[in-house]
Design a protein around this ligand. Sequence first.
Ligand SMILES: O=c1[nH]c(=O)c2ncn([C@@H]3O[C@H](COP(=O)(O)OP(=O)(O)OP(=O)(O)O)[C@@H](O)[C@H]3O)c2[nH]1
Ligand SMILES: [Mg+2]
Length: 201
Amino acid sequence: MKDVIIATKNRGKAKDFETLLAPYGIRVLTLHDVAEDLDVEETGDTFHENARLKAETVAERLGKIVIADDSGLAVDALGGRPGVYSARFSGEGATDEKNIEKLLGELKDVGDEDRTARFICVLAVAGPGLQTRYYEGTCEGRIMRTPAGENGFGYDPVFYVPNEERTMAQLTPEEKAAVSHRGEAIRRLEEDAGELFGAAD
Ligand SMILES: O=c1[nH]c(=O)c2ncn([C@@H]3O[C@H](COP(=O)(O)OP(=O)(O)OP(=O)(O)O)[C@@H](O)[C@H]3O)c2[nH]1
Ligand SMILES: [Mg+2]
């Protein structure tokens, strides 16, 4: 069993990574396991910048290779918002529920045709002696008018995936892994995984 460190405190993300990496016999460690006290300020304007900040700060602290994930929801009718601010959309003390409420409020008068959106995920891999690398994934969908489904996290209950004819939160973890932005980014990283993390046991 190999350990891979994901520089995140988001338990929903961590679960996504567990599902994605379990087939390779990889155990996921997060900041809750390796550096609970570390809070990296996400001061960047782009997913790449914030992913780099998180990956490089944690890699430097631990002296190990780490993966960071910066991700979010871009809604066309909102000019790409909430984007890099997805986690903080509803302001101080934001929760998934409050973020969804704000999103549905802003889209209240937007017709079905114009509710297109995408999830974006940028993974950064940083480590000692390594030039930081990036892997990107996206997932196209539409914003529902009411939440549906219990799985996943964040905006998953209001993100409808046309090909699956269900919301992201109505998919099983394995189904989400197959279609999500995070899944696509991990599959791109896979090509370099042997070199970065050593051959799987
Ligand atoms: O419904 C969703 N399904 C997903 O699959 C997903 N991926 C990202 N998001 C949203 O985008 C924010 C990331 O912001 P983010 O990258 O800064 O992460 P975070 O602050 O939650 O944790 P950390 O990794 O920074 O510790 C999250 O909180 C969510 O609101 C998602 N929502
Ligand atoms: Mg964050």
